[in-house]
Ligand binder design. Structure first.
Ligand SMILES: [Zn+2]
Length: 202
């Protein structure tokens, strides 16, 4: 059966295989890896935290798609804070990359809830012992606010980006609206628990 199929359709099967191999090798390997990894985080986050410690949700300002050098558009949010302020994971996820690049400086990528890559850039340094593959929770310290990369001449801030992982690649989304919705809800919940605790003690 197989032999007959190979004899009659061998050329076509070979061509199909060749196309498959070429496509797969073209497709960045880490993208295939990302897609499988993203599956465990397919559900949207129920809550988020503002990724800079102590920053109020009210102070968040969207600069989505504001023009940047070299004709680029701003694909993220800049959260200004004192150098050294802890940078927190906004959601539950897994550390995908830790590294350095010319634009972002010290950067951490977390693959997390909502099938999304979360990008933390311009860090002054990384949290001690943080490693690729670590599972992090909403609120886990990833590093510290700084101005590395192309932020050298700006005041220290966290550049926070969100990229949805899809079949055809990454799609940048404005992090401010989900943060405002989900971090405010989270704060309210925490506030309610705190009050309940206070009441039960009183
Ligand atoms: Zn930025």
């Amino acid at each position: 059966m197989l032999r007959r199929l190979l004899r009659r359709r061998g050329k076509w099967l070979f061509a199909l295989m060749l196309v498959g191999v070429v496509t797969l090798s073209w497709w960045p390997l880490n993208h295939a890896e990302l897609l499988t990894g993203a599956w465990s985080y397919r559900h949207a986050p129920r809550a988020m935290v503002v990724p800079v410690e102590g920053l109020a949700t009210k102070s968040l300002v969207s600069t989505w798609h504001a023009p940047r050098s070299g004709g680029r558009r701003h694909e993220g949010a800049d959260l200004f804070a004192k150098k050294g302020t802890p940078v927190l994971s906004a959601v539950n996820g897994q550390v995908w990359r830790i590294g350095e690049d010319s634009l972002g400086g010290h950067v951490v990528w977390v693959l997390g809830e909502g099938r999304t890559l979360y990008y933390y850039a311009h860090l002054d340094g990384f949290a001690e012992g943080l490693e690729v593959g670590d599972h992090v929770k909403r609120g886990t310290t990833l590093g510290f606010v700084g101005n590395t990369g192309n932020a050298r001449t700006t005041p220290p801030h966290l550049h926070f980006g969100m990229y949805q992982v899809g079949w055809r690649g990454l799609r940048a989304v404005d992090p401010i609206p989900p943060l405002q919705r989900k971090a405010t809800a989270q704060r309210a919940k925490e506030g309610a628990t705190l009050q309940a605790r206070r009441r039960s003690r009183a």
